[in-house]
Design a protein around this ligand. Structure first.
Ligand code: SF4
Length: 75
């Protein structure tokens, strides 16, 4: 019976570390892709610019336009 418990614990720990690894790898891949897009001056988001984390530094026409609108300098 004790052997069964140990296997179960080992399986749980393995699954926990596997899950953490998958989450970490996914987060790293997303960060790497975002960094590559920023370097290439490409948009990092399909959403509106208002909530974009790099709006202040964005050099894309859509981002610069959104900044002007938000600052009230439209036209
Ligand atoms: S500020 Fe707008 S255009 Fe610039 S990266 Fe963000 S979403 Fe794309």
């Amino acid at each position: 019976m004790k052997n069964k418990t140990n296997r179960r614990q080992l399986f749980r720990k393995s699954m926990r570390y596997l899950t953490l690894g998958v989450i970490g790898a996914g987060g790293g891949a997303i960060a790497a892709k975002r960094g590559k897009l920023v370097k290439e001056n490409k948009c990092i988001s399909d959403s509106a610019c208002g909530g974009c984390e790099i709006l202040d530094e964005c050099v894309l026409p859509r981002g610069m336009s959104a900044r002007r609108v938000m600052e009230g300098k439209n036209g």
